[in-house]
Design a protein around this ligand. Sequence first.
Ligand code: RB5
Length: 144
Amino acid sequence: MCVKIGLCSDHAGLDYKAKLIKKLEKKGFEVVDYGTSSHESCDYCDFAHALAHGIESGEVEKGIALCGTGNGMAITLNHHHGLRAGLAWNVEVGKLIKEHNNAQVLVLPARFVSYRMASAITEAWLESEFEGGRHLRRIEKIEP
Ligand code: RB5
């Protein structure tokens, strides 16, 4: 079955988002683009909320969000009940946010990693599996 994946960015992540969309479509993913669509300065929160609503409504299963540091996107997404957005800056962390945190959203700091690295992190995250066990117990304790 085709996996549906949502992407969003602000102006700082727009170029990487466009490249990642092409890459994912080539790999056979069905992609929904939640914006932004221009280089004009914008507010990352608007696009993070759009992606979060896409996951919450079941329109997409998982997502990738990009902004300059990744933190604006991660902070906003993690305000959504039940969503786990993990910021990753290398391949190892990209794997771990799935294996240990079961992050439904990968967040990439577009101004601090090369596109080649962003692409490699994306592959690592997509190919990894949640390990469950003690990590499930920890996830269940996240909600205060
Ligand atoms: C935009 O200048 C920048 O603030 C944004 O991309 C992001 O880094 C915020 O967390």
